[in-house]
Design a binder for this molecule. Structure first.
Ligand code: ATP
Length: 446
């Protein structure tokens, strides 16, 4: 089978598994859905939360130099005027003159003569490109007038820039220090698609790291490496990951240098995260537009300066998709094909599943005791239907790293069987030490 077919097949397998097992559903499906908008089901909600927790832990909890905020999605529209989004946050829109579909010009495929053509009807007969602003517009309050226009944020970053002085004054930090936040962003993408890779509503995980200007290059390099290593740490293979430096003409209006961390998606390399040197662009722009100086006064040198900003900006929903694709595997166990998601234990929806060998009431109390001990510390599934082999397969397919089986012997010796997803190895362990054993395995990522 050609690589292309295999890639397409993997993509379809992930989309199907996501729907079948409750990771991701098409939004408002009973009404026919709404193009490229998705709801996260029980497993997807757990997994997305774990992706965000892993980011939060690495970017906020484990660092002394980063503090969090949670800014509003709606802001004063002057924020977007100052940031340049109103004027320049656009994609080049073209219409196909044959079938009237609309496309993003820079994403059109090229024919043999290197001419862009319409993916729908293959015509090369297109309008000239015109800039299309990606921000969703709305009105605040009951009157729909130009003075009540507001925008849904297209990135979380600006909430951190406009709060620079508030955070500086209240957190007693000084450069180099960072402000981090996660949350929903909205972009009226011309051509959303590829499942949750590009949607109009998505979740971002961004951090703005404020540094003395002369240290910006060094910190840019530092954050490229930190963020690249984060994806490796959570189980993405090196072969599927690369760091790509932007060419001069590709740079955003605010950036002096950007490197993208890219994942090899089934259709080719795609961005997971951009690490940009945003210089003093944003703080200066907001200082000029608002009249409030967003600067830092250095006590030691008795000088004021506008810090430069290094920004690692990641997509949580896109990262989740990459983790799913990277984890998908098929192998054979006891002569039977099995589907297994080899997810990092901290990313998997459930860390453990508690499975009583039989539904007989004698096992009820002990099983409930095991579940309650474990669920205090870990997200646990419970399943008592069908054969134990079938239940292991179901857990393998959703990436649960450990299964705990309670059987009749457990009533005698207070031990349970701990089964490992990847090796399928089974060991008997005392119920007393179960929590510690599972905790260690999850912490170590085994
Ligand atoms: P792209 O080039 O793919 O449109 P971008 O360079 O505009 O992305 P950024 O503005 O750097 O993206 O946003 C940071 C991150 O947010 C991206 O790396 C991506 O993971 C995520 N992201 C951006 N747009 C979307 C979207 N429409 N759907 C899902 N995730 C997105």
């Amino acid at each position: 089978m050609s690589n292309n077919n295999e890639n397409q097949e993997l993509f379809e397998k992930i989309v199907n598994l996501a729907k079948r097992r409750g990771f991701v559903f098409p939004s408002s499906e009973i009404y026919g859905g709404i193009r490229s908008t998705y709801d996260y089901g029980p497993l997807g909600t757990l997994m997305l939360r774990n992706v965000k927790n892993a980011w939060w832990k690495a970017m906020v909890q484990e660092r002394l130099d980063v503090v969090p905020i949670d800014a509003a999605i709606l802001t004063n529209p002057k924020v977007w005027e100052a940031s340049g989004h109103l004027a320049t946050f656009t994609d080049p829109l073209v219409d196909c003159l044959e079938c009237h579909e609309r496309w993003r010009e820079d994403q059109l495929p090229l024919n043999g003569d290197e001419k862009p053509f319409c993916p729908n009807c293959r015509s090369t007969n297109m309008t000239e490109a015109r800039p299309f602003n990606l921000m969703f517009k709305t009105f605040v309050g009951p009157v729909e007038s130009s003075s009540s226009v507001a925008y849904l944020r297209p990135e979380t970053a600006q909430g951190m820039f406009v709060n620079f002085t508030n955070v500086l004054n209240t957190s007693r930090r000084k450069p180099p220090f960072g402000i981090a936040q996660m949350g929903r962003s909205f972009r009226n993408e011309i051509t959303p698609g590829n499942f949750v890779f590009r949607t109009r509503e998505f979740e971002q995980m961004e951090m703005e790291y404020f540094v003395p200007p002369e240290e910006a290059d060094r910190w840019h390099e530092y954050w490229c490496k930190e963020r690249y290593d984060w994806y490796l740490r959570f189980g993405i293979n090196r072969d599927l990951l690369r760091l790509r430096k932007h060419e001069e003409e590709e740079l955003s209006h605010y950036s002096s240098a950007t490197s993208d961390i890219e994942f090899l998606f089934p259709w080719g390399w795609g961005e997971l995260e951009g690490v940009a040197n945003r210089t003093d662009y944003d703080l200066t722009a907001h200082s000029n537009h608002s009249g409030t100086r967003l600067e830092y006064f250095d006590q030691n040198s008795q000088t004021k300066y506008t810090p430069y900003v290094i920004e690692p900006a990641a997509g949580a929903t896109r990262a989740m998709m990459a983790f799913l694709l990277a984890a998908y595997d098929e192998d054979e166990v006891a002569g039977e094909k099995r589907i297994v998601l080899r997810l990092h234990p901290q990313i998997a929806p459930y860390q453990a599943a508690v499975l009583p060998l039989s539904k007989k009431p004698e096992l009820n109390d002990l099983t409930a005791d095991v579940f309650s001990r474990l669920s205090r510390h870990f997200m646990c599934d419970f399943d008592d239907t069908q054969s134990i082999g079938r239940r292991y397969r179901r857990q393998d397919e959703i990436g649960t790293p450990l299964c705990v089986t309670v059987d009749f012997q457990s009533l005698e010796d207070n031990r349970v069987t701990l089964r490992d997803r990847d090796t399928t190895e089974q060991v008997r362990v005392p119920i007393e030490s179960l929590g510690d054993i599972i905790g260690d395995k999850i912490a170590e990522g085994r």
